[in-house]
Write a protein that binds this ligand. Structure first.
Ligand code: GTR
Length: 324
């Protein structure tokens, strides 16, 4: 947001026109300070401040102190916040094309996801986001998500039956858990720890770094490697903030976002290992599922229902699947 003030300083006030002070940008982040995404957002902020010589001063607010993710998406869309790191999961409710990224097993692996998002298809998602007031400047990694719970290792889909899982705010995930015979409850990330602890839910699903940083491993110690979702994340700026920039500053902000994404991906790869080791040392029980394809095979109705409701997105799904 722009605050233009004229500094008045002593006897020179009448003679010296002081420069307009910086655009103060407020950035939303769900994660704690030491998380790869948080470190990369700080790099983004520092590089933007330095290279614009203080014309823009971004500040990152960590730990979702500015609200939960669906609210923050709205705030960036309407210019109440200036930038953020968003997961494409909750984005699907607002930008339907991004729901394709929430289809279980849509990507073969994380490398394929990067290839897709860094290429022409990624640009299609950026275009869809831009139509809804979000300028996606680079893509962060979020690994792959697996189920964890308080009760038992999940080996086959039958083990999910009857269990209650927290999912992110997106109907696709409710359907996904339904197909496995479980019950899904959409819930804000910040409420999951307490809900696991008090038995309101039996489990949730996430990547290793979030399973670790949220401390969910303390209360839900069975982590079963289903790798059912690989969801990219954006570094997004609000259209209002973006449109107010000069061409020169747009270049600077874009370049800083790309630098941040490179850093985030490198830190991510490291943090996945560190988090896995940490949670295991703390007593989490991590298991391979007996037949990963058995989980994927259950997802037919999720795809069918999605394509029926969004026939215009079928070709996008096919384009992703055929990227190698
Ligand atoms: C994390 C992701 C967050 C948030 C969270 C969740 O992996 O980075 O943006 O979506 O999962 O489960 O809500």
């Amino acid at each position: 947001m722009t605050f233009t003030r004229i500094a008045v300083s002593g006897v020179f006030a009448a003679l010296v026109a002081a420069p307009a002070i910086a655009d103060q940008w407020r950035g939303w982040n769900i994660h704690p300070e030491d998380y790869p995404n948080s470190i990369a957002l700080e790099t983004f902020a520092a590089e933007v401040a330095e290279k614009t010589e203080g014309r823009i001063e971004p500040e990152v607010y960590h730990n979702a102190v500015l609200g939960d993710q669906p609210d923050a998406i709205e705030q960036v869309r309407n210019g109440g916040l200036d930038f953020a790191n968003f997961n494409m999961g909750p984005m699907g409710q607002i930008v339907p094309a991004t729901n394709v990224l929430s289809l279980p097993f849509i990507f073969k692996d994380v490398d394929q996801m990067h290839k897709v998002m860094d290429g022409e298809i990624g640009q299609r998602f950026s275009d869809a986001l831009a139509e809804e007031g979000l300028v996606a400047l680079s893509w962060f990694d979020s690994g792959s998500r697996s189920f964890y719970n308080t009760k038992q290792p999940i080996m086959t889909p039958a083990d999910v039956e009857g269990m209650k899982f927290r999912v992110m705010n997106n109907d696709l995930y409710v359907n996904m858990v339904d197909q496995l015979g479980g019950n899904a409850t959409p819930m804000a990330y910040g409420e999951v720890y307490q809900s696991l602890k008090t038995g309101v839910i039996d489990g949730a699903e996430n990547n290793y770094p979030s399973y670790d940083s949220s401390n969910h491993f303390e209360v839900a110690k069975f982590y079963s490697i289903t790798n059912h979702l690989i969801i990219p994340e954006c570094l997004c700026v609000s259209t209002a903030a973006w449109d107010a920039l000069s061409d020169e500053d747009k270049e600077i902000v874009k370049a800083a976002a790309v630098t941040a994404a490179q850093e985030q991906r490198a830190l991510w790869a490291e943090r996945e290992k560190v988090s896995r080791e940490k949670v295991e040392a703390a007593g989490a029980k991590i298991n391979e599922v007996s037949d990963p394809k058995a989980f994927q095979d259950k997802m037919g109705p999720v795809y069918e229902g999605f394509i029926e409701a969004n026939p215009e997105l079928e070709s996008l799904i096919k384009d992703i699947q055929s990227t190698s």
